[in-house]
Design a protein around this ligand. Sequence first.
Ligand SMILES: Cc1cc2nc3c(=O)[nH]c(=O)nc-3n(C[C@H](O)[C@H](O)[C@H](O)COP(=O)(O)OP(=O)(O)OC[C@H]3O[C@@H](n4cnc5c(N)ncnc54)[C@H](O)[C@@H]3O)c2cc1C
Length: 281
Amino acid sequence: MRLDPLVYWFAQRYIAGTTQEDALDHVDSLNENNVKGIINRLGEHTTDRDTVEQSVLAYEDLLEALDRTEVTADISVKLTQLGLLVDTEYCREQLERLAEHADALERFIWIDMESSDHTEETVSLYTDLCADHDNIGITLQSVLQRSENDLNRVLDVNGTVRLVKGAYTEPPSIAYQRQSAVREHYEELLDQLFDEGGHFAVATHDRIIIRYALRLAEEYGRSPDGFEFQSLKGVNDGLAHSLAVDGYTVGEYVPYGEEWRSYYRRRLIERKNLALRVLHR
Ligand SMILES: Cc1cc2nc3c(=O)[nH]c(=O)nc-3n(C[C@H](O)[C@H](O)[C@H](O)COP(=O)(O)OP(=O)(O)OC[C@H]3O[C@@H](n4cnc5c(N)ncnc54)[C@H](O)[C@@H]3O)c2cc1C
């Protein structure tokens, strides 16, 4: 027996399937529970223009399908999927092309944040494009010490932030290593977002942070549609649904596509680290 079908069977917890139709079907079921989809076509670290072109075309096709089917969903992209490793200017053109297409169809694009090798280019490109495109948002990671400064840069251009802890292993010279420090930094950044941000996303399954966000919302007088919670497919699904039942705006990140291995590996590493944290308590 080949290993892949078995591994894929386990991976399906975290991904919707391999086709656009799989993703749309899953988002349909989310919408029934008042949860929007945030669809990512899997793929990253692309080094040739043909593959980048295929990704852009697939996202354009996805945007058209969202428009046709009227499902409630944003899309989420990685810049190394859109040519960041080919050439920065080329990547900017692809992102602008998608932003314009999405804008015409009244859709929103989130930019995922990848490992720290790409943080500066991602933030710079985003802050440059922000002036002309208000339908794009950027992900910032509380694991990185630099995120405080990056948040100020993004808020200066009225950008939209999705705040996450960070899924990549980063060195102590630039990143917090203790989970308590990552959470503390998350809460500091969140405080600033509630205080100064426009719309933003609290993307975590950490119940302590979610409770903190709910407290801040009350303190700052934010209405439930003044920000949103985001979760990952396959992670604490009940939590997202219960926040939606309470009237909060909730989105679920729904990845699909043939290139599911790197994404699945990150989720597995996360699970292994969580298990180690429990063992060492
Ligand atoms: C919408 C969204 C978009 C994201 N985009 C990015 C991005 O662009 N760049 C990036 O670096 N990271 C991204 N992430 C991932 C994020 O950085 C974290 O790695 C991930 O969310 C887990 O951290 P946590 O905040 O949920 O806290 P944790 O403390 O890690 O987890 C809280 C609880 O969630 C559950 N849980 C967490 N992970 C798993 C898992 N893999 N399997 C099963 N249960 C689990 C456990 O019950 C755990 O106790 C994104 C996350 C979300 C929700």
